[in-house]
Design a protein around this ligand. Structure first.
Ligand code: PLP
Length: 425
């Protein structure tokens, strides 16, 4: 059973200060999970998690992860700027981008970030724009085909836009070495949101075996292997959560089997987890404001897909708890909708839930990663606030809600507030 980390009385207190909708994050859960991850890979001396900033780009949350030794994984200018502003620099930043603008490579290099190239043509592009190739470089590998774990297909790397082919990887390492690169890394992201303890160990074997061949054939000094993101979370109540200790131990076994005998027992393991670090520790809290009885039973809430896009975009399941009715029978079937003029703006379709009354608070689960971050402003809907439920039970505002003034800010070149006599929001 999935349980919300906030209760109805807590939310009734919070809304006196911060109206719904809002995303709220659970500090205790974030800390316990970050600690467990660190321990699971403590067998590897150089281990480091680079939190995928895109999942939850909030400096207050990233700061918590830093206490557990995490760096940042960035893929855009503003993600780099956020790291820079937080004092995260140098090898604490992994720059894993694709289709990268030149100025972002320049900025990443200036910060001393480790650049993880997405394509062999980026070697020349980087050299042309930087005027040099950094001494420490990484390449993203895409073996193509399908990626399977014990005969079941997990994902289709052959259809993915990312990474070097096998031939390009070997060629790229030779070119980089000839251009003076001294420290090498390899990276791959072959399946997303995996809910199996086998993903990392299976990926690790592919990367470790490739690393041994790369070392033997190119003489490259491979310093790190980056398993990237992809460890999933159980969005559905019937799913079994990953056990990070088993995952860490699984990677250790393959490391002992493949890298150690090849004389590569000092290679650092890196991860770039996003979803796993934050996903379960966020809820979108929203209030039921309408009920509608037509061809179906609808509950209209005050959040919409602009606050959480995953259900509309991927048909993703997000569990819903009606706060205060945790133990009530789920004897109603609802579509829970937002207000966008888009029929896919539904947080749940044909969902069995307790009877919902106007004014009830709904906790939409697992919004801590790829939740607020994917927000957009369609229909002029504004971003919600983000709150942190601290370990001591207090609630801290960690991002205010967007206002109409923010929404209209890019018209500031016209001074529209003056010109059209708008009231500033
Ligand atoms: C999105 C992304 C991640 C994080 O993925 P999760 O599924 O959130 O763990 C890590 N690395 C790269 C390069 C990514 O694009």
């Amino acid at each position: 059973m999935k349980k919300a980390f906030v209760t109805k009385p807590q939310v009734e207190e919070i809304v006196k200060k911060y109206p719904t909708p809002f995303h709220i994050y659970d500090e205790k859960g974030i800390r316990e999970n970050a600690k467990a991850l660190k321990e699971a890979f403590s067998w590897n001396k150089g281990y480091k998690e680079f939190f995928a900033v895109k999942a939850t780009p909030n400096p207050f949350l990233i700061n918590i992860l830093r206490e557990y030794g995490c760096g940042t994984d960035c893929s855009s200018m503003t993600e780099l700027m956020l790291s820079d502003a937080m004092g995260i620099r140098g090898e604490d930043i992994m720059y894993s981008s694709n289709d990268t603008p030149a100025e972002e490579f320049i900025y990443a290099a200036k910060l001393g970030a480790t650049i993880n190239l997405d394509d062999i043509t980026h070697i020349d592009f980087l050299e042309k724009n930087l005027g040099y190739i950094p001494k420490r470089m990484s390449c993203r590998y895409n073996p193509g085909g399908t990626f399977s774990i014990s005969n079941s297909i997990m994902d289709n790397p052959g259809d993915a836009k990312y990474g070097f082919t096998t031939e390009q990887l070997f060629e790229g390492f030779k070119i980089l070495k000839s251009k003076g690169v001294e420290e090498f890394g390899i990276h791959a992201f072959l399946a997303s949101n995996t809910v199996t303890n086998e993903y990392y160990p299976t990926l690790a074997r592919i990367l470790f075996e490739t690393a041994v061949k790369l070392k033997n054939e190119t003489g490259a000094d491979i310093r790190f292997i980056n398993l990237s993101g992809g460890i999933g979370i159980p969005y559905r109540p019937e799913e079994e959560p990953n056990d990070i200790r088993i995952i860490g131990e699984g990677v250790r076994k393959v490391y002992e089997e493949v890298l150690v005998p090849a004389g590569m027992g000092d290679v650092a393991i890196y991860t770039e987890l996003g979803r796993f670090m934050m996903g379960p520790y966020g809820h979108l809290i929203t209030r039921a404001i309408h009920e509608k009885h037509t061809h179906k039973e609808y509950i209209g809430v005050d959040a919409c897909a602009a606050n959480l896009m995953r259900p509309a975009m991927y048909g993703a399941y997000h569990h819903i708890t009606v706060l205060g009715k945790e133990d009530a029978p789920k004897d109603h079937i609802y579509d829970v909708t937002g207000s966008l003029c888009e029929n896919n703006d539904k947080f749940a379709i044909d969902r069995e839930l307790p009877k919902i009354d106007i004014g009830d608070y709904l906790a939409i689960h697992d919004t801590g990663a790829h939740g607020f971050a994917m927000g957009y402003n369609y229909n002029g809907r504004l971003w919600s606030s983000e709150l942190l439920l601290k370990e001591d039970g207090n609630v801290e505002l960690i991002r205010r809600a967007q206002t109409p003034k923010d929404y209209f800010a890019t018209f500031d070149c016209f001074d529209i507030f003056d010109r059209f006599n708008f009231k500033e929001g």
